[in-house]
Design a protein around this ligand. Structure first.
Ligand SMILES: CC(=O)N[C@H]1[C@@H](OP(=O)(O)OP(=O)(O)OC[C@H]2O[C@@H](n3ccc(=O)[nH]c3=O)[C@H](O)[C@@H]2O)O[C@H](CO)[C@@H](O)[C@@H]1O
Ligand SMILES: C=C(OP(=O)(O)O)C(=O)O
Length: 529
């Protein structure tokens, strides 16, 4: 396998798209980094290769022509995949850590609202414009899916505003299966589609590898709108009978899930009569979806509570603009960035109502921060503040850190608490009762010097403060938040770290490396040559 990849490189080199010296420099830098991560001196590598230290030095400086055979031997000696594939391959980050950050950074709008709103736009036959949408891979995948079924989607010039115009009928047979399978969002097509199609097929939901994530609450709740779904051979086969009662009917959700609440909202939005949703999630993305539905003319009462009363509109055909609110999880990520790098930074546009419990918990741990007066997000509803984080000693919390449905500590923020716990004096138990896998990935922090002990698949014990963050080369865990946590720890580790295959981070964060660099970090993006 490695030899094939090496052959690919030489092919690229001799095609001459980039000068030979540029490639030699880039290969040299990769070899140098891989050697250092393996803890070898130039002389030690030279011994393994049967060459001289000065030859290794020339290779690393890009001054030595390399035969394929030599490249293969270097790859084997360093046990590294550093030379592989072409420019379309996975993206990696090289981080020169150990630097303090400073300055201000505005929080972007949320991934989770974006995906809900993209699905909600399917309810509207008119033009939906989503303002200032997060330009992230998750959004790109949904755009690919929407485009493949005939929806006109375009970014308005020089903006992050997305225009969406559905066709009279979706071409569901042409759906981009690859894009659809890379997200879980596809499950939220069920609610909008059941209004216009008697039967349809959607591929199974994918997304981050967090262990089994049930779709049963979605299927159970949508059954009362006449939707019957059989899961066969990688597809949900949906059939819609018009046996949902008109007038007022009540749906009790078995789980207070975010996307299940949105799916039921989509089903209720065009259902004649009134639907009462009990045990609804009042979380941030659900609120954004509710505000948007209101703009479509749907009446939604109880926004921000666990009982939503929805009066549907059978045909929706309006031109509508909506601006989703800022991402509380990104705000929390930036708090963790400040803590781990012992920096003072200002996080602008933090949606405070979705961070209050996190901040109260951090205050108990000794975190010092200032908060500006509140102001209102572009959606006209969500309360924002600017938060300035101050460096200082932290102590482990007395009680374990565990998530709850909103208004509890957000489950997606749990990994950031693990990182912060690694900076605090004492031991902290982090209990992720929700996901089967995510806590396990937190043990990857040990590769950069943390002391994280896995007690069982749901619980880790973190002992801090971490004596010394260490630079390392790490494969990004296949889950968004644990991936970001490793990146942030690498910012604290003096020396050069490499985080490989960061698609999952790009799934949820827009230009994170560039934006951290604007605060003084040194993160370089690269792909395999
Ligand atoms: C696009 C989007 O909005 N994604 C969010 C949404 O995903 P989403 O709504 O898809 O979350 P899931 O339905 O996968 O729920 C997460 C897990 O929590 C369990 N569960 C959930 C609610 C509950 O009351 N009891 C319970 O046990 C589920 O069985 C599942 O194992 O919510 C998750 C949990 O907040 C977040 O991590 C995701 O970022
Ligand atoms: C788990 C997450 O999201 P998703 O539902 O998109 O997988 C997350 O945002 O951390």
């Amino acid at each position: 396998m490695r030899e094939t990849r090496l052959a690919d490189i030489s092919h690229v080199i001799y095609r001459g798209r980039v000068s030979d010296s540029t490639y030699l420099n880039r290969i040299g830098t990769l070899i140098r980094d891989a050697r250092r991560h393996k803890g070898l001196t130039q002389s030690e590598l030279a011994d393994l290769l049967g060459t001289s230290q000065s030859a290794v030095a020339r290779i690393e400086q890009g001054k030595q022509n390399l035969s394929l055979e030599m490249l293969a031997r270097i790859g084997e000696s360093l046990d590294s995949e550093f030379v592989s594939l072409g420019t379309g391959g996975p993206q990696h980050l090289r981080i020169v850590g150990g630097k303090q950050l400073s300055g201000s950074i505005p929080v972007k709008t949320s991934k989770n609202a974006a995906v809900g709103l993209l699905c909600a736009a399917l309810l509207n036959k008119g033009r939906t414009t989503l303002r200032n949408l997060a330009r992230i891979e998750e959004v790109n995948r949904i755009i690919e899916v929407l485009t493949s079924v005939g929806v006109k989607v375009r970014w308005l010039p020089d903006s992050s505003d997305l225009e969406i115009i559905p066709p009279a009928r979706l071409e569901l047979d042409s759906i981009d299966l690859d894009a659809a399978r890379r997200t879980r969002t596809i499950i939220m097509f069920l609610g909008p589609l059941l209004h216009d199609y008697d039967s349809f097929q959607l591929p199974y939901a994918g997304g981050c590898d967090l262990g089994t994530r049930t779709v049963e609450p979605h299927l159970g709740a949508l059954r009362s709108f006449g939707l019957d779904v059989q899961a066969t051979h990688g597809f949900y086969e949906a059939k819609v009978a018009s046996d949902a009662p008109d007038g007022t009917h009540t749906i009790v959700l078995t789980e207070r899930g975010d996307t299940v609440t949105e799916n039921v909202l989509f089903a209720a939005a065009r259902h004649p009569g009134t639907t009462i949703i009990r045990n609804a999630s009042p979380n941030y993305m659900v609120q954004d979806v509710c505000f948007f539905l209101t703009k479509l003319g749907v009446i939604v009462e109880g926004i921000g509570t666990t009982t939503l009363t929805v009066t549907g509109v059978e045909h929706i055909d309006v031109d509508v603009d909506y601006s989703p609110s800022e991402d509380p999880i990104e705000a929390m990520s930036l708090v963790a960035a400040a803590v781990v790098t012992r920096s003072s930074i200002t996080i602008e546009r933090a949606p405070i109502e979705f961070l209050e419990i996190e901040l109260a918990t951090l205050a108990l741990m000794g975190l010092k921060y200032d908060q500006s007066p509140e102001y209102v997000a572009a959606n006209g509803e969500t309360r924002l503040v600017d938060l300035t984080i101050h460096p200082g000693p932290l102590k482990a919390p007395i009680d374990k850190i565990a998530p709850m449905a909103f208004p509890g500590l957000n489950i997606d923020n749990l990994p950031f608490f693990a990182l912060i716990a690694a900076c605090a004096d004492g031991t902290t138990m982090i209990h992720d009762w929700v996901y089967e896998n995510r806590a396990i990935y937190l043990t990857e922090l040990n590769k950069v010097g943390a002391q994280v002990q896995l007690l069982d698949p749901h619980r880790v014990m973190v002992t801090g403060p971490t004596p010394k963050w260490r630079a390392a080369e790490v494969m990004c865990p296949p889950a968004l938040r644990p991936g970001v946590v490793i990146l942030l720890a690498m910012l604290a580790a003096p020396g050069t770290s490499v985080l490989r295959n960061v698609y999952v981070i790009n799934r949820g964060y827009e230009e994170l490396a560039e934006r951290l660099n604007a605060l003084g970090a040194t993160i370089e993006t690269f792909r395999d040559i």
